[in-house]
Design a protein around this ligand. Structure first.
Ligand SMILES: NC(=O)c1ccc[n+]([C@@H]2O[C@H](COP(=O)([O-])OP(=O)(O)OC[C@H]3O[C@@H](n4cnc5c(N)ncnc54)[C@H](OP(=O)(O)O)[C@@H]3O)[C@@H](O)[C@H]2O)c1
Length: 261
């Protein structure tokens, strides 16, 4: 049985992945994971594949244990794993709650790593893993520091794993979108820490590009010319300068480093 495991399937980019993969030929069952059961149940009539609703809080150890037991029992053939669950917190490190920042690392980094480890034994030749990283992974960004550092982990881990898994013919793609119109901002942007958003992509565009990049065997998926240009700049400009420009754009400081009020 060819199945797809998608976390974050209740909203945004993960949901778009679930809808696209859940209607793909050859995928018999979609394991849709998130905390909001009713949002996952909405997928049932919209997918060609059977949808198995897995209401799991990935910040809980017992959720990972439950998934591990299910995988052992069913021994499915996993064609796709999408690690789409995640959240962001923008703001000054000192001002943000420590608990929330540690939860963000636990979900964006820890749960993603755990899901990858749990699912890999059930993936064979042709399987693909999509990991949600971000444009913020390519350079340090003040006021998005912990979030961006977590996404840098995802990027490095995913590309390294892709190389490691070459003999097994399982591919890993780090998906690195710029700003994308989803519910992400309800939680991430509840202060004016990041106040300028230059351009928004749709989840459909990001996922179309990611699936196409996955098919081409790419370990990195970047959607949109503006995002690609920023990625290139992060490789050629000193990161100190990029941070300066970012702080200027976000009205955190003036040209000569003075703090804006
Ligand atoms: N939107 C952007 O601009 C953007 C840009 C770059 C990267 N990303 C990354 O893309 C990924 C998806 O974000 P999005 O924009 O699609 O946000 P979103 O619409 O808020 O979706 C986040 C998903 O994560 C799930 N989730 C959150 N906490 C969870 C938990 N404890 N256990 C299980 N599932 C949990 C949510 O489901 P429940 O609430 O139902 O549990 C939801 O399905 C994230 O990793 C984000 O960092 C987003």
């Amino acid at each position: 049985m060819g199945i797809a495991v998608v976390t974050g399937a209740s909203s945004g980019i993960g949901r778009e992945f679930a809808l696209r993969i859940g209607n793909e030929e050859g995928i018999e069952e979609l394991w849709a994971i998130a905390r909001r059961r009713e949002r996952l149940q909405d997928l049932i009539p919209q997918c060609r594949a059977r949808v198995r609703v897995l209401e799991l809080d990935l910040l809980r150890d017992d959720s990972l244990e439950k998934l591990e037991r299910l995988l052992k029992k069913e021994a499915p053939q996993i064609v796709y794993l999408v690690n789409g669950a995640g959240f962001g917190l923008f703001g000054a490190f000192e001002a943000l709650s420590l608990k929330e920042q540690l939860d963000m690392i636990a979900l964006n980094v820890g749960a993603l790593t755990a899901l990858t480890h749990l699912c890999l034994p059930y993936m064979q030749r042709g399987g693909r893993i999509f990991q949600m990283s971000s444009l913020s992974a390519f350079q340090p960004l003040p006021f998005v520091g912990v979030y961006g550092a977590g996404k840098a982990y995802v990027l490095r881990f995913s590309r390294a794993l892709n190389r490691e898994l070459r003999p097994k013919k399982v591919g890993v793609t780090a998906v690195c979108p710029g700003w994308t119109k989803t519910a992400f901002f309800d939680r991430a942007a509840n202060s004016d820490a990041v106040c300028v958003y230059d351009f928004f992509f749709t989840p459909a565009r990001v996922v179309t590009k990611a699936l196409a990049d996955g098919k081409k065997g790419r370990d990195l998926s970047v959607c949109g010319l503006s995002v690609y240009l920023k990625l290139l700049l992060s490789k050629v400009l000193p990161h100190r300068l990029i941070m300066k420009l970012w702080c200027l754009q976000q009205k955190k400081e003036g040209l000569f480093g003075e703090k804006r009020t």
